[in-house]
Design a protein around this ligand. Sequence first.
Ligand code: GDP
Ligand code: GDP
Length: 435
Amino acid sequence: MKKIGIVGRTNVGKSTLFNRLIKQDKSIVSDLSGTTRDLVSGEIMIDNSIVQLIDFGGFDFGVFDEVDKNVQKKIKENIAGLDLILFIVDGRCLISKEDRAIAEIIRKSKKPAILVVNKVDGPKQEDVVYDFYSLGFSDLVAVSASNSKNIDELTKTIAARMKIKKAKVRLVAKKDLTKITIIGKQNVGKSSLFNALYGEEKNIVTDIAGTTRDSIDAEIILDGKKYIFVDTAGLRRKVKISKGIDKESSYRSIHSINSSDLILYVLDVGNYATSYDIKLLSYAWRKGKPIIIVVNKWDIKPRDMTENKYKNILLADNSLFKNFPFVFVSAVKKTGFDKLAAEIKRIEGKIKLDIKTSALNKELRSILLESAKMNQKFYYATQTNNAPVEILIFVNKKKFFDAKTLLFLEKQIRDRFDLLGIPVFIKMREKEPRT
Ligand code: GDP
Ligand code: GDP
């Protein structure tokens, strides 16, 4: 059984958190320092796996400021047998010497650890949370153990850090497959592309649309990797009979964009982007969907057309296109599929990307060093979400960072972390400097 240990100085809320996770009162919660002297342990279920949770109680740091050798030894002994450490700090206090001492021991142990900032009961405390990143842990979860706030988030993070295999592998695995939808105007070759990809290897249609369903889902293997492709184009013919085609198909497109992980947006080499294309592309991008532009019918391209030329014409028309990778294919001749598969693979690897906090701050510092105006002060940044990537930046005054600066930052982050085709949302929060 895997072991998770709760570590932290006295009174930060270890027992409270332990009880919260264990959902029974095995440990005694008290205001007195050092009540839970001895180790308490119990079993919890994380993601269908049973793991042992241990609360080590407080470490008696004694009256001296120095963290003495015995305490250090005790902490080291305690964490030696653990698979994961929950390092708890008190979100209502500043970081203490003891916190720093424990942090260092944990870091040196090189064990997986999650920093849990406890007592974040309300929005007032939320602002100080980011100070705790200076302890050097990239996994940080703010909770309120006594109010049961964000405990779900914590268990999710625990599951992720322990890489616990899910019990229902088959089912979950299918749900976990990246869902790719082919979108584009009529006649650009969506059906042809779907069928060509579908015919590439032994692919299985897993979920044939009933009358109530809008699409056919197929498991398609590309370059050894399985994806779910959603064929909405197959319904085209049904739509065609009805009046108001445009309305109908854009409704369907929007509907399928919402449930996709990745969009292949198909254009016909004989045409450029229309306002309909821009409308759908902007919508998907704003929705946080990764996009690859697939230029189809390359086999019948005009003689003097080149990949760069086509791309540049689109770019000149609308700057939105600078965010997307381009792949040039022929659905009929089945060319360009290797590049398409490679691009899908690259993007898929980035969808759930977690940018290391340290790397993010390093890059942002260097970006802003080159470009920041006098009054712009940047304190700290952290990724707050993925799929889509969301980055929270703490600054002195939001008004100093205008839309242009935000676009610039977004572009820089996209370039530096190889995120072409991946939406990046930047949020700002104001933070007064400590006086
Ligand atoms: P331990 O010494 O680290 O095990 O800490 P305890 O679990 O005994 O908690 C110490 C004190 O902090 C108790 O008074 C708890 O009620 C309080 N406490 C624990 N969690 C929270 C919380 O999320 N918010 C607030 N406001 N107080 C908490
Ligand atoms: P959809 O409406 O986007 O699903 O487009 P279809 O797949 O039905 O294709 C529309 C027309 O374009 C058909 O006549 C296809 O044969 C043709 N087409 C599709 N892909 C290609 C291609 O790569 N090259 C050429 N030359 N024709 C294509």
